[in-house]
Ligand binder design. Structure first.
Ligand SMILES: [Zn+2]
Ligand SMILES: [Zn+2]
Length: 91
C-alpha cells in the first residue's frame, strides 16, 4: 500500500508530507502527477490567481457612469455598470 512521502516544495523549498491517504486519493482521482507544492503555497497560488483578475474601467452605456468589468471593453459591445447590469437582468 501507500507510504507517506516527503516532497520538497517547488516554491518555498520546505519539505511537506504527501501522505498515504493523499496518495490514495490522487490514485482514485486518476491524477498522474504528485503535488509539487506544499499546502500553503498551493493556497497562496490559488488566492493570487483570484486577485490577479484585473478590472477594466469603462463608461456605462446606460447611465454614463463608471463601469468596472473583468474583460477588456470593446467598442462594439455596450458595457454597463453593476447597477445598470442588474437592472437589465431584472427586466
Ligand atoms: Zn511551499
Ligand atoms: Zn450604469
Amino acid at each position: 500500500m501507500y507510504q507517506d512521502k516527503t516532497i520538497i516544495c517547488k516554491d518555498c523549498g520546505n519539505e511537506f508530507v504527501f501522505t498515504a491517504g493523499e496518495q490514495e486519493f490522487y490514485a482514485e482521482k486518476g491524477f498522474e502527477n504528485e503535488p509539487t507544492r506544499c499546502k500553503e503555497c498551493r493556497i497562496a497560488r490559488k488566492n493570487n490567481g483570484r486577485e490577479k483578475r484585473e478590472l477594466h474601467t469603462a463608461v456605462c452605456a446606460e447611465c454614463g457612469g463608471e463601469a468596472k468589468v473583468p474583460f477588456i471593453p470593446r467598442d462594439d459591445r455596450p458595457v454597463y455598470c453593476s447597477e445598470c447590469f442588474s437592472k437589465k437582468n431584472e427586466l
